[in-house]
Ligand binder design. Structure first.
Ligand code: ADP
Length: 558
């Protein structure tokens, strides 16, 4: 009945524990995992990360275009100030001044002065005129521009004067010995000339300068600026001609450092100064896709690690709670066992003492027997109470041992002598083998005696059919061995590791019929370990057990 109630108690508790674990830990954990997975998935789906990066890229490109244009305007304004006056300078002076500009600004390919009354005066870098492409370009421009300005010159000049900066641009592909290039030409109204005069100046940026110096330097500068602003991934930029769109990644006109190969993430058509060109931007050595992917992977990894941790935590909680519950169960058993064990000797003592008191016992022999029973029962009580006291001291960490130089053979012999009568009276065959030539050792006599008494008591308690007790004390190398052997019920292999735990009692029915607290062996182990030794058990169910204490001689004699 009692064990049934215990089982119910334990089932009930297990269910409640599972419920708490489920509600308090498992559910939130599962919800967290689910929500996180959803979150990561959604980020992956709508590519928000990419959109953000693209917006940033767009902005960088817009700023870059502005800065490229500004630079071109500034350079042009410098030239404009050096231009000859259409009215005050003679033709020869004008030529000289134009040639001087070309000499001062080697990054210009051509400069020209247009006056409707006098036609176009176009000068080109002298050393470049040896290049056939350049020559052709010079001739084409001369012809083309005079025809164009002849027709639309007046309108062009009027428009220039209306602008805040009187400069306008004509961009065109160009050819050079080393391949395709790009040229942009600035037209500007000359300073101090009225809008009625159809006069204007112009300058073409050298295609080689644009390709080899202007763009690479500007792009590098722009990227460095962007880098100092935020310390993210390194960027790379390039500029390419629009007509080669589709295959543009193979044909950049100029690139910043670190472009290597690959497609730009985002492009921007340039207008005004560099119409016909486009800017492209990307990360150095990686793509937005790759970054997004890496990010998602990282999130999954973190999530995975968290989940593993959480599951680990759950398993640990479950294990420790189960252990606690098992211990609580054992404690409950312990209390009932101990009360039982206390009650039996007390009842006996009272019964025999009362009988003696009544004076009904007449024979001295009977009286002696009763006195003996009272003594033995009180001894049993003392042993039990000593065990409990020792145990509570150990649990509180207050157990102290009193090591003294001891003749251990004598100690064992004396302890057994006190029990001999009881052993033999219970019908046990008792074999004792004590080596008398053992060295003296330092031990806590009381503790060692208590360990031995516990082992002997167990042997007596757990022997059913064959009643045999053997105690052996001998030396094996550097160890003292104290063996207690019985031919009793034995202990299964699975339980052999548990019997030294506090409160533990095996499931054997005989054990349940026998009184005990489950403290004895845990005390034996504690005592042996305090002496630097260990306790071992060899046992076969139904055949008997052998408990061996090994005490190191060296440590024990210290
Ligand atoms: P108690 O004897 O008070 O129950 P112990 O700690 O001394 O507590 O022993 C723990 C358990 O180990 C016992 O309940 C019993 O099941 C088992 N045991 C101990 N000694 C023996 C033995 N000599 N033979 C069989 N079983 C034993």
């Amino acid at each position: 009945m009692k064990s049934k109630r215990n089982r119910f108690w334990s089932h009930d508790n297990r269910f409640r524990l599972m419920l708490t674990l489920g509600l308090a830990v498992l559910l939130p954990a599962a919800a967290l995992i689910y929500v996180n997975f959803q979150h990561v998935e959604s980020i992956k789906r709508n590519k928000r990360v990419e959109a953000l990066i693209h917006r940033d890229f767009d902005y960088v490109l817009a700023v870059s275009e502005k800065k490229l244009n500004q630079k071109a305007y500034t350079l042009t304004e410098e030239i404009r100030d050096l231009f000859p006056s259409p009215d005050n300078d003679s033709e020869a002076d004008k030529t000289k001044k134009l040639d001087l500009i070309l000499a001062k600004k080697p990054w210009l390919a051509h400069v020209f002065l247009y006056d409707r009354d006098k036609g176009i005066m176009l000068r080109s870098q002298p050393q470049q005129l040896n290049d056939t492409y350049c020559r052709e370009e010079h001739d084409m421009m001369e012809k083309g521009y005079s025809a164009w300005f002849g027709m639309e010159g007046k309108m062009l000049v009027e428009e220039l004067h209306k602008r805040s900066k009187p400069i306008s641009w004509y961009a065109s592909p160009a050819k050079r010995a080393d391949g395709n290039a790009f040229m942009t030409t600035a037209f500007f109204a000359l300073p101090h000339t009225s809008a009625d005069r159809v006069v204007m100046g112009g300058a073409s940026f050298d295609p080689n300068y644009l390709k080899q110096t202007f763009f690479p330097e500007m792009l590098d500068e722009l990227i460095t600026q962007k880098l100092t602003e935020d310390k993210g991934e390194r960027l790379a930029m390039m500029v390419y001609p629009m007509e080669s769109e589709g295959g543009h990644e193979e044909k950049p006109l100029a690139t910043s450092a670190g472009w290597s190969k690959g497609k730009p993430e985002i492009t921007r058509k340039l207008d005004d100064v560099f119409r016909g060109l486009a800017l492209g931007i990307k990360f150095q050595g990686t793509t937005v896709d790759a970054i997004g992917h890496r990010w998602v992977m990282q999130s999954f990894l973190i999530l995975g690690a968290l989940s593993v941790l959480m599951i680990g935590g759950l398993v640990l909680t479950y294990r420790s709670v189960s252990k606690e519950m098992a211990l609580a169960h054992l404690k409950a058993d312990f209390v009932s066992n101990v009360s039982h064990e206390l009650r039996t000797p007390l009842a006996l003592i009272r019964l025999y003492a009362e009988t003696l008191e009544l004076g009904r016992i007449t024979t001295e022999e009977k009286k002696d027997e009763y006195y003996c029973i009272i003594r033995k029962e009180s001894e049993r009580l003392t042993a039990l109470i000593n065990n409990i006291l020792d145990f509570s001291r150990i649990e509180a960490g207050r157990k102290e041992y009193d090591f003294r130089d001891t003749d251990i053979a004598e100690l064992v012999r004396n302890t057994l002598d006190a029990y001999r009568y009881q052993i033999e009276q219970q019908g046990f065959a008792f074999e004792q083998s004590i080596d008398s030539s053992l060295p003296r050792v330092r031990v806590d006599r009381e503790a060692i005696a208590r360990a031995l008494v516990n082992l002997v008591n167990n042997a007596l308690k757990y022997s059913a059919n064959e009643k045999f007790l053997g105690v052996k004390l001998y030396r094996a190398n550097d160890f003292l061995k104290l063996e207690v052997v019985d031919r009793g019920v034995g202990i299964t292999r699975r339980e052999q590791s548990k019997i030294f735990e506090k409160f533990y009692r095996t499931c054997d029915p005989l054990v349940h019929d026998t009184k005990g607290s489950g403290l004895g062996l845990s005390l034996v182990r504690h005592i042996t370990q305090a002496h630097g030794g260990e306790v071992q058990v060899e046992s076969t169910p139904g055949k008997g057990s052998k408990f061996t204490l090994s005490l190191p001689l060296a440590a024990a004699t210290q």
